[in-house]
Design a binder for this molecule. Structure first.
Ligand SMILES: *Cc1c(COP(=O)(O)O)cnc(C)c1O
Length: 350
């Protein structure tokens, strides 16, 4: 820390991303990336012609992307906001809508509490139930920014649409942000409710189901007014936040959306395959609607399992939070990757 840093930032605890080691080649089951490459349409769109165009600024209105997303999700282009990764939308939401405080679960995406701290927002941390479920009743009538990942991470559990609607409808005077980063793997999206509730902000990403984690592309679906608020912040900070290559990749990905739908189906199959195999080995496995499993074994500590797998070239995500330190989050990869993971797991347990 330099002696120049504003005092209000000195106590900030940054978000720690999952490790991206460069020392050797791992089977990476630790950051919920897709095992599948982007579609052929993306490979073709990000070509040398587009690279030559990098001398020009990108389109700050993201017109092509918004129109394509509007067509797929059957909403207006002005109900869509596009961002440099969905983390950026979370950032703006805390910046813009958190003045009366924020509420989110104790076990959830670790970035929420970082943003709350960054903006000095009072956080009401609501513990998950014993079985890691979210009790929707605890979010009724809070009158503050509510942030829920659905499906939740790292548990993989989801809330049904009617429960989400009850939370949204009981908090009409505050924004309810539903982070649907994993919804394509089995959850129920709530974006259709935006016509009914002007306080609903649905956040999505191309990072998980659309194989573009490295391109950094997220989007939001919400009322025109909320979208305008997000645009206001973007044009007050970084108008060209999405680069040309990512814009081209995003549009091209949406043109071949069937490819990604098929990949999600494969991930769901691999998830069920892996869950069953782990249960046979005595693991407790939480029902997941996401592209990962949250698992623990009585035979080995969470930390040990993570470390031993790493030694064998397989990375999974371990968390140090007391409530979940015996668990690990395992990203669902290709069938071959999951077979290797299971083989190494069996070796470790024996
Ligand atoms: C991965 C993830 C994000 C961030 O996605 P990016 O679009 O890559 O920034 C947001 N929320 C949750 C719950 C995630 O798991």
């Amino acid at each position: 820390m330099s002696r120049f840093l504003d005092e209000k930032f000195s106590a900030l605890k940054e978000y720690v991303p999952g490790e991206q080691p460069r020392d050797k080649k791992y089977i990476k089951l630790n950051t919920n990336e897709s095992p599948f490459p982007p579609s052929v349409s993306v490979l073709e769109a990000v070509n040398s012609e587009e690279v030559k165009n990098l001398r020009l600024y990108s389109d700050p209105s993201n017109k092509a992307l918004k129109e394509k997303l509007a067509e797929i999700y059957k909403v207006g282009p002005d109900n869509i906001y596009v961002s440099n990764g969905s983390d950026d939308i979370l950032n703006f939401a805390f910046m813009a809508f958190g003045d009366r405080g924020a509420a989110f679960p104790d076990i959830t995406y670790g970035f929420y509490k970082v943003f709350a701290k960054l903006y000095g927002i009072d956080s009401q941390i609501i513990p998950l139930e014993e079985d890691f479920a979210i009790d929707e009743n605890k979010y009724f009538g809070l009158d503050k920014l509510i942030v829920i990942a659905n499906p939740n991470a790292p548990t993989g559990l989801s809330l049904s649409l009617d429960k989400i609607e009850k939370i949204v409808s009981s908090n009409k005077n505050s924004v309810v942000l539903i982070d649907e980063a994993y919804v394509d793997f089995g959850g129920e999206s709530c974006y259709n409710l935006i016509d009914k509730y002007d306080n609903l902000l649905v956040v999505r990403t191309f990072s998980k189901s659309r194989s573009l984690a490295g391109a950094r592309l997220g989007f939001a679906i919400a009322s025109k007014e909320i979208i305008k608020d997000l645009e206001k912040l973007k044009f007050s900070t970084n108008p060209y936040d999405i680069n040309r290559l990512t814009q081209a990749a995003g549009v091209a990905a949406l043109e071949q959306d069937d490819y990604y739908t098929a990949n999600c189906k494969k991930i769901i199959e691999n998830r069920e395959f892996t869950a069953n195999a782990l249960k046979e080995m005595g693991f407790s496995v939480i029902d997941s609607d996401a592209n990962f499993l949250f698992v623990k074994s009585d035979k080995i500590s969470g930390l040990d399992f993570y470390l031993k797998l790493k030694e064998k070239g397989v990375l999974i995500r371990h968390f140090t939070d007391e409530r979940i330190c015996e668990y690990n989050r395992v990203t669902i990869g290709s069938r071959e990757e999951m077979e290797i993971f299971l083989e190494k797991t069996a070796e470790i347990l024996n």
